[in-house]
Design a protein around this ligand. Structure first.
Ligand code: NAD
Ligand code: DAU
Length: 344
């Protein structure tokens, strides 16, 4: 298959392309990535000579960037997005542009190019906050609570419309929270690893008891590949790992693995619209596509920390001056407010 991957220089896209190029020489990959702050061309530099790989720097919102990249392609795996909730709260506009308009443009070009598979990478955040014991199923109502989640939900609707009215063979992979190598250190796990290594305060939003279902990125990439090969058009497949953890649990495990003191934990004011819990029901992909997560959280976290320790320069490069500006804009005023007391 000739596969167009959008956003392949970001966290999950990088892991997906590496998995395909290293394990599936029968496929060709074209990576179309705008290289925003979250994209890093270096991630795939060691594979740039691979005859099955081509990299185009380009924007999914620009027709003249999409058109040449999509010619002759059999399948599209669409990762490209603005992906960080805190940034979407600061400024929602880029999320609407890339995540909604960009997805529609890509759907239109993919339909015209007659691609036979289109996988849209969505998020469990579309379902909003869930009470304990309630799981997001593929047919649950969507109820997003922040601009990022709303943009992902809007794009899901556009993908379905394309399937419903044009019979366009699009499928949705709805992932829970991923972690692992190459994740940009604005996200919880790499941010905590980076700050811990420097003995910096670890910012915990609110009481730290918010819950996500954490799936190791390699498992998520295997799920996306199964969906690409065997998923049905017009369907959603939830992808989670039955691994719900509070943020505090995660931070404490990282501190333990790096042998640093818990006094680095610093409670700060909560994220606006902060969803208390996400939890997906992954039964459908387990039953229908025989996929199941294989790497448990302890093992995944060990591998992740090990990767960041072996790639300290990568981590330092990503935490450039613009990262520091961003960090100050999100955190500096919140470190000064009265900390929230944890309720254990
Ligand atoms: P990321 O922010 O690490 O990477 C996004 C990539 O998209 C970057 O390389 C960036 O340069 C590129 N990009 C952004 N705008 C673009 C544009 N207009 N044109 C072309 N490229 C553009 O994101 P990620 O964490 O790898 O997430 C990938 C996808 O998976 C996203 O759609 C995200 O919504 C979804 N998702 C992520 C998670 C997670 O836990 N990381 C969970 C569920 C769903
Ligand atoms: O659930 C899937 C989603 O997971 C993806 O769609 C998003 O792209 C991805 O960013 C992630 O969203 P979250 O908002 O859950 O991820 P984040 O790493 O920003 O935050 C995880 C939890 O940790 C959340 O409850 C907020 C909290 N947090 C985060 C940061 C960055 C903190 O307490 N302190 C922090 O500094």
């Amino acid at each position: 298959m000739k596969i167009l991957v959008t956003g392949g220089a970001g966290f999950i896209g990088t892991n997906f392309i590496r998995m395909i190029l290293l394990n599936h020489p029968e496929h060709e990959i074209i990576n179309l990535d705008k290289l925003t702050y979250a994209g890093n061309a270096e991630n795939l530099l060691d594979l740039s000579d691979n005859p099955n790989y081509r990299f185009y720097v380009g924007d999914i919102c620009q027709p003249d960037h999409v058109e040449p990249a999509i010619v002759g392609v059999d399948a599209v795996v669409h990762f490209a997005a603005e992906s960080h909730v805190d940034r979407s709260i600061q400024d929602a506009a880029p999320f609407v542009v890339t995540n909604i308009f960009g997805t529609q443009l890509l759907l239109d070009f993919a339909r015209e190019a007659k691609v036979s598979r289109f996988i849209y990478i969505s998020s469990d955040q579309v379902g909003g906050s869930l009470l304990p014991g309630i799981y997001l199923r593929e047919n649950s109502p969507v109820s997003p609570n922040n601009p990022y989640a709303a943009s992902k939900a809007a794009a899901e609707h556009l993908v379905f419309v394309s399937y419903n009215i044009h019979q366009f063979p699009a499928t949705i992979a709805r992932l829970s929270s991923c972690y692992g190598p190459y994740q940009f250190p604005e996200k919880l796990i790499p941010l905590v690893i980076a700050n811990t290594l420097e003995f910096k305060p670890l910012p915990v939003y609110g009481d730290g008891l918010h819950i996500r279902d954490w799936v190791y990125v390699e498992d998520a990439c295997r799920a996306i590949y199964q969906i690409l090969l065997k998923g049905k058009p017009g369907q959603i497949y939830n992808v989670g790992a039955h691994s719900e953890k509070t943020n505090l649990e995660i931070i404490k495990r990282i501190l333990k693995l790096l042998d640093r003191p818990e006094k680095l934990i610093t409670f700060i004011s909560d994220r606006l619209g902060h969803d208390r819990r996400y939890g997906v029901d992954s039964g459908k992909i387990e039953r229908e596509l025989a996929w199941r997560s294989q790497i448990d959280f302890e093992e995944g976290l060990r591998r992740t920390i090990d990767w960041y320790l072996r790639n300290i320069e990568w981590l330092a490069d990503t935490r450039s001056s613009s990262y520091r500006e961003y960090y100050d804009s999100v955190y500096s005023s919140r470190f000064t407010v009265e900390p929230t007391k944890p309720e254990f």
